[in-house]
Design a protein around this ligand. Structure first.
Ligand SMILES: [Zn+2]
Length: 450
C-alpha cells in the first residue's frame, strides 16, 4: 500500500491530466464550425443534383452565370477531390464576421440597429396590444427550443372570439438571418391598427376578417444571428451529433424528406430537415394555429431575391390551383412594382433554382388547399447585399408590400364561404401574453452558449 500523500499526488496528477486533455479539444466543435464558412461559386451549368446530394451546401443565389453557396470550410478539399471546380467568393461579400466588432457593438446594445431582436419585438407587440385592446390580442402559440414565445398578434373586431370570418396569417423569420422578414409583418400590423378608426378600407378589412401576425417563427435563431453569427439560418436545437439547428422551413410534414435535394438528412447541414416532421416546437406551434383555425390564405415572408413563390416546391409540377396562384401572385407583384419600381419575380417555388421539401407553403396547400405564398423580400441578389438589408430599407420594403397584402386580405374576404353551423367561441388553447411574460432587454443572453 502506497503512503497517503503519494496517493493524493497521483490523484492530483490524474485530475490535471484530464483537465489538460479536456482543454485541448474545442468544447463545441459543431458550434465553431458555423463561424467557419465560405461563400463559393460554381459555373451555372454544373450538375446541381449530384453536387447537392454529396455535400451540405447552403444555396444562396444564382446570378445567371454562377451559382453561389455557403459551405463549411471542412468540405472544401473533398469537393475539390470529387472533381468540382469552384471559386471562393467570400471576400466579395461583407459577411460581418468580425467578432470583436460584434462583441463591442452588442455590449452597447446597438448591434441590430432598427431591426427587432426577440425581446424588442415582444415589447413592440405588447405596446400595440395595449394601445388597441378593442381590435387586437397578443398570444403565444407556444415556446421555442430555448423557451422563447412564438408571438402571434390577432387583429379582429372581436379579437377574443373565434368568428365565422375569413382568416389570413402572415408569418416572418422562419430563417434567422432574414431580419427584414420580421419587420414587414410587424409594420403591417402597426398600419392596420393605426388606421382602423380613420380609414374605411382598413376598418372593413378588420371588421370582416381575422388577421394573425406571427412575425418571428424562429426567435432563438434570430437572437443567435444578432448576437453570435449573422448568417445563422436554422433554429437552435442541439442535434444528436453535437451540431446545432433544424431548418424550420424543411420541418413541415408535407412531402417531408421527399428527397435529399430539397432538404438534407445531415444535422450539420443548413437545410437539415430534423429527425421527423414537426420535431421542432416552433413548427408545431404554427401547425396548431393552422389546424385549429380555417385559414383562407397565408403569406410567409423570407429574404432575399424579390420573388413571390407558390406551391409546389418539392416537385416541379403545378398544383390544381396554379392558375389562381399565378393570378394572385402577379397582381401582388404589380402592386409592389407600382410603389418603388422594384420587380418581384412570380412563379412556382420549384421552378426557381432549388427544390425544397417540408416547407411551410407546400404543407399549407397540401393540407388545406388554400393560397400560400412565400414572399422573398429584397434585395434581388447577394451582390446587392443578400441578407444584409440596411436600416433605411425597412420602410421602403414594408411600404411596397403593403398594397399587396391588403389586396390578398380583400381577396380573402370576397372569396369567403361562411362555414355552416359555425358557433363562435373563445380562442382556445392559446396562451394570452400578459405583461410579466414579456422578457426585458436584459434577457438577451439567456441562450445556451452565453
Ligand atoms: Zn428564408
Amino acid at each position: 500500500m502506497r503512503p497517503l500523500s503519494e496517493k493524493k499526488n497521483f490523484y492530483i496528477f490524474l485530475l490535471l491530466l484530464v483537465l489538460l486533455i479536456f482543454l485541448s479539444f474545442p468544447l463545441f466543435s459543431g458550434e465553431q464550425s458555423t463561424q467557419n464558412e465560405e461563400i463559393i461559386s460554381f459555373a451555372r451549368e454544373i450538375d446541381l443534383k449530384s453536387l447537392l446530394e454529396r455535400f451540405p451546401l447552403d444555396p444562396l443565389m444564382s446570378d445567371g452565370q454562377k451559382v453561389y453557396f455557403l459551405i463549411n470550410k471542412k468540405f472544401l478539399s473533398s469537393i475539390k477531390e470529387a472533381g468540382y471546380n469552384f471559386a471562393i467568393e467570400t471576400d466579395r461579400f461583407d459577411l460581418g464576421k468580425d467578432q470583436s466588432i460584434s462583441k463591442s457593438l452588442h455590449q452597447q446594445g446597438g448591434l441590430n440597429g432598427a431591426y427587432h431582436s426577440y425581446s424588442e419585438l415582444g415589447s413592440a407587440l405588447k405596446s400595440l396590444a395595449a394601445a388597441y385592446p378593442a381590435i387586437c390580442r397578443l398570444y403565444s402559440l407556444g415556446k421555442s427550443v430555448e423557451n422563447r414565445n412564438i408571438y402571434a398578434l390577432k387583429i379582429s373586431d372581436n379579437p377574443a372570439i373565434r368568428e365565422n370570418e375569413p382568416k389570413i396569417a402572415l408569418l416572418g423569420c422562419h430563417h434567422a438571418r432574414e431580419w427584414i422578414s420580421v419587420e414587414v409583418p410587424l409594420l403591417i400590423a402597426d398600419y392596420l391598427l393605426k388606421n382602423y378608426i380613420i380609414d374605411t378600407r382598413i376598418r372593413n378589412i378588420i371588421d370582416s376578417e381575422e388577421i394573425w401576425i406571427i412575425p418571428l417563427v424562429n426567435p432563438d435563431g434570430l437572437d443567435y444571428s444578432i448576437f453570435n453569427y449573422r448568417l445563422w439560418r436554422k433554429n437552435r436545437r442541439l442535434n444528436s451529433d453535437g451540431s446545432y439547428g433544424v431548418d424550420l422551413n424543411r420541418n413541415y410534414s408535407f412531402a417531408w424528406a421527399y428527397d435529399n435535394l430539397g432538404s438534407s438528412p445531415e444535422p450539420s447541414s443548413d437545410t437539415y430537415r430534423g429527425p421527423r416532421p414537426f420535431s421542432e416546437p416552433e413548427t408545431l406551434s404554427v401547425m396548431n394555429l393552422l389546424q385549429n383555425n380555417s385559414f383562407t390564405a397565408v403569406i410567409s415572408y423570407h429574404s432575399f431575391s424579390q420573388s413571390i413563390l407558390y406551391p409546389w416546391g418539392y416537385i416541379n409540377l403545378p398544383t390544381e390551383k396554379e392558375q389562381l396562384f399565378q393570378q394572385l401572385a402577379s397582381a401582388m407583384a404589380d402592386l409592389i412594382y407600382q410603389v418603388n419600381g422594384r420587380s418581384y419575380e412570380v412563379g412556382r417555388a420549384s421552378a426557381s433554382l432549388y427544390l425544397t421539401n417540408g416547407d411551410f407553403t407546400d404543407w399549407v396547400y397540401g393540407f388545406f388547399q388554400i393560397p400560400a405564398f412565400t414572399i422573398e423580400l429584397p434585395p434581388v441578389d447577394l451582390i446587392h447585399g443578400g441578407f444584409f438589408n440596411s436600416e433605411e430599407d425597412i420602410q421602403s420594403i414594408y411600404k411596397e408590400n403593403l398594397p399587396a397584402v391588403l389586396y390578398l386580405m380583400e381577396w380573402a374576404i370576397s372569396n369567403f364561404t361562411p362555414q355552416p353551423n359555425f358557433k363562435p367561441e373563445i380562442e382556445p388553447k392559446l396562451e394570452k401574453i400578459t405583461k410579466s411574460m414579456v422578457k426585458n432587454k436584459g434577457d438577451f443572453f439567456k441562450g445556451k452558449e452565453n
